[in-house]
Design a protein around this ligand. Structure first.
Ligand code: IPM
Ligand code: MG
Length: 353
């Protein structure tokens, strides 16, 4: 079997951080075929489209995609369909990547990076399972119109029971492999769509008797995440609530530069990307933290290629470089060794053993 990985460096710091992750993947000796293509602002500049046909073809052929980040102020004034973010939404939809896994893990070495008290966040290990191809992000109709001299904007929150069931199953399965606690987040006190969400989650529960299912309204979940985040094991929610809660959860760790993500289809083909953005302000300076992208590569090994041992090897190497005191600027503390993007990549390569 060929093992094709498509690398999409994207914009801003994307090229620097994906280069380090690609070096790590290459060093594992697993015979990956790696190709690079354009997505986001870089693609708009070169072809006029954020998700050009050439990239679509390579993405369809690849087993896994490793993405840096897209976007930047340069493209913010373009029409919506030409913006880098549209490239990201399009590739998610095109590849049917409905299951977005966003872990928020606090590394003991980085406990001081969190703005929350250590006793609240120490040992934090949450997995957010976010539905990624439905909801108000993609629901029709949508638009900005004018009637009787007044403009109005509208989007449609929409889920079918099939969509809810398939993401529910991913979440139950994930909880089964962890601490067997699943909290489903909705707004059923106001929104019909999420009443259906809650009903379908309850319908699934008897199939997973070993997993404890609970429900929480999204406003309360936002509060509980900062009040007592360790009550959570796996959270499952829709596209928009998941977007917001995953940013909140990532900040519990204080180091968004450390958090990977995976977006999977029904057959574990996946797109892997760091949870952070393209950070245009520090692009090209060799200062960005490549660890979230390297950890995304570890998720790629685990979920798409079932290479658990190699995934662990990469994750262990990351923990080792932290223990050795190597820090990029975003996670730097006095007494540690400050390194750039490339040096951090090299330290991980050396630690692979
Ligand atoms: C994310 C991002 C995207 C989203 C944007 C860039 C379209 O915020 O991956 O969380 O809203 O899904
Ligand atoms: Mg987001």
């Amino acid at each position: 079997m060929t093992k094709k990985i498509l690398i999409l460096p994207g914009d801003g710091i994307g090229p620097e951080i994906t280069a380090e992750a690609a070096r790590v993947l290459g060093a594992l000796g697993l015979g990956f075929e790696m190709e690079t293509a354009l997505l986001g602002g870089a693609a708009v500049d070169a072809t006029g489209e954020p998700y050009p046909e050439a990239t679509q073809k390579l993405a369809a052929e690849a087993d896994a995609v490793l993405l840096g980040a897209v976007g930047g102020p340069k493209w913010d004034t373009l029409p919506r369909e030409k913006r880098p973010e549209r490239g990201l939404l399009s590739i998610r939809k095109h590849l049917n990547l409905f299951a977005n896994l966003r872990p928020a893990i606090l590394y003991p070495e980085l406990a001081n990076a969190s703005t929350l008290k250590p006793e609240i966040v120490s040992g934090l290990d949450i997995l957010i399972v976010r539905e990624l191809t439905g909801d108000i992000y993609f629901g029709q109709p949508l638009g900005i119109r004018e009637r009787r001299g007044e403009r109005f904007g509208f989007n449609t929150m929409r889920y079918t029971d099939t969509e809810i069931r398939r993401i529910g199953r991913v979440a139950f399965e994930a909880a089964r492999k962890r601490n067997k606690k699943l909290c489903s987040v909705d707004k059923m006190n106001v929104l019909e769509t999420t009443q259906l969400w809650r009903d379908v989650m309850n319908e699934l529960a008897p199939e997973y008797p070993d997993v404890t299912l609970s429900h929480m309204l999204v406003d309360n979940a936002a509060m509980q995440l900062v009040r007592a985040p360790r009550q959570f094991d796996v959270l499952v929610t829709g596209n928009m609530f998941g977007d917001i809660l995953s940013d909140e959860a990532s900040m519990l760790t204080g180091s968004i530069g450390m958090l990977p993500s995976a977006s999977l289809d029904e057959n574990d083909k996946g797109l892997y990307e760091p949870s952070h953005g393209s950070a245009p302000d520090i692009a090209g300076q060799d200062v960005a933290n490549p660890l979230a992208t390297i950890l995304s590569a570890a998720m790629l090994l685990r979920y798409t290629f079932n290479e658990e041992e190699a995934a662990r090897r990469v994750e262990d190497a990351v923990e080792k470089v932290l223990a050795q005191g190597f820090r990029t600027g975003d996670i730097f503390e006095a007494g540690m060794t400050k390194v750039g993007t490339r040096q951090m990549g090299e330290a991980v390569l050396a630690a692979l053993g």
